[in-house]
Unconditional design. Structure first.
Length: 403
């Protein structure tokens, strides 16, 4: 078996996922094209013909993000015709699933180099616009006790006693850490400014961070999912599954939930051949990974069991991991993860997360890998874990080791 190494990681800034966001004018294919160009420019010794495949996560595969955007982007970037492309969807885990599938191919000897990552232009291709039986077909949704993710987040908070102030304090932490990391240049190594067709910079830093937010400002925000839960019946569906609760406390709102944004990320993975043949230096190796499923109504508790499975495969304990990147889909997700595994918050999302910077669905998992790698190197630490909760109750986790 071969090793799968991380040679480089790049990402775009994350732009507000609305029509007035600064990346709205950039087509999703263009976001990926610019990242491919950046990787090739940063690694001039790597011949493009050595790239076996490009694997992209994308959740809403319709319109501009349809028709296998991975292959479309590869062709648009001028990669050789020999480079294949595949687009996958494991919901919010898609970007990390792409990295893991690339690692699996490389470890089995199927190629020397693969580009893996994800893209999501949420301002141009709105979340949920591709439809789907869970959302649109009552005959599928009702028997499975389907509820939207925001209801699931509030359900977890109610079941395990996370009050609104605790969630808001975590959200404030995310913004403060992300603002400090941006100011200190911690994201600079991986961040690739997005340019217009005439070369003007559209965005060169994450657009959603609010360094001036406060607990008072967060406390003034209305809950996002109360109307959805109470008037559209989703609370009743969840309470059928969890009858021990009298009611669901709606404690998540725009300030303590992940922001809707546009963005893309790419990781260059390869075997030792990239070092021996072309002189590239690996920065880390993929140690292990895992996916799992959990109860699908509560939906967002997958990171802990997925991480435990990945750590068991690596022969490591949670205490041996130096840094964790846990996607901040909602504030309750990393807080519950920390409590279940007994991990201090000082090890989790040390430069903020999706509450502050946003969650471009198909890209976030690959963003987490790059952020984790950069911070392990900056602190000269050894092991890191990237993990996300996933729709339908799934979880995903990947363990990396800095070299």
């Amino acid at each position: 078996m071969f090793e799968a190494y991380l040679y480089d990681a790049v990402r775009t800034p994350r732009g507000r996922g609305k029509k007035d966001g600064r990346l709205h004018s950039a087509r999703p294919v263009e976001l990926v094209r610019q990242l491919i160009a950046a990787l090739l420019e940063r690694n001039p010794a790597l011949p493009p013909t050595a790239i076996e495949d490009i694997i992209l996560g994308c959740v809403t595969q319709i319109h501009e993000q349809g028709a296998n955007i991975a292959k479309v982007a590869a062709q648009n970037a001028g990669l050789p015709e020999t480079v294949a492309g595949v687009t996958l969807n494991r919901f919010c885990a898609s970007g990390l699933e792409a990295v893991n599938q690339a690692a699996a191919a490389l470890r089995s000897g199927m190629g020397e180099a693969i580009l893996a990552g994800g893209v999501e232009s949420m301002s141009r291709v709105p979340m949920g616009s591709d439809g789907g039986a869970w959302y649109a077909d009552p005959a599928v949704a009702f028997p499975g006790y389907f509820v939207p993710q925001g209801i699931a987040a509030d359900l977890i908070a109610t079941l395990y006693g996370y009050d609104r102030r605790t969630l808001d304090e975590f959200a404030l932490r995310s913004h403060q850490l992300a603002a400090a990391a941006t100011q200190k240049g911690y994201f600079r190594r991986s961040l690739i400014p997005v340019r217009s067709p005439i070369g003007e910079i559209l965005l060169d830093s994450d657009e959603n961070i609010r360094p001036d937010t406060s607990l008072e400002k967060l406390a003034a925000l209305e809950p996002s999912f109360a109307v959805q839960g109470e008037q559209f019946g989703f609370d009743a569906v969840a309470l059928q599954k969890y009858p021990q609760l009298e009611a669901i406390q709606h404690v998540h709102h725009p300030g303590n939930s992940s922001a809707i944004v546009d963005g893309a990320a790419l990781v260059l993975l390869g075997t030792e051949a990239l070092h021996k043949k072309y002189g590239l230096s690996p920065r880390a190796r993929i140690v292990s990974w895992a996916v799992t499923g959990t109860e699908s109504t509560i939906m967002l508790l997958g990171p802990a069991p997925a991480t435990q499975k990945a750590l068991q495969r690596a022969g490591l304990t949670a205490e041996q991991i130096d840094l964790y990147e846990v996607n901040e889909a909602f504030a309750v997700v990393p807080l519950r993860f920390a409590d279940v595994l007994g991990i201090p918050l000082e090890k989790i999302n040390v430069n903020g997360g999706a509450i502050a910077m946003g969650h471009p669905l198909g890209a976030t998992g690959a963003i987490l890998i790059g952020t984790l790698l950069d911070e392990l190197e900056r602190r000269k630490l050894r092991y890191g874990v990237a993990t996300l909760c996933v729709g339908g109750g799934m979880g995903i986790a990947t363990v990396i080791e800095r070299l």
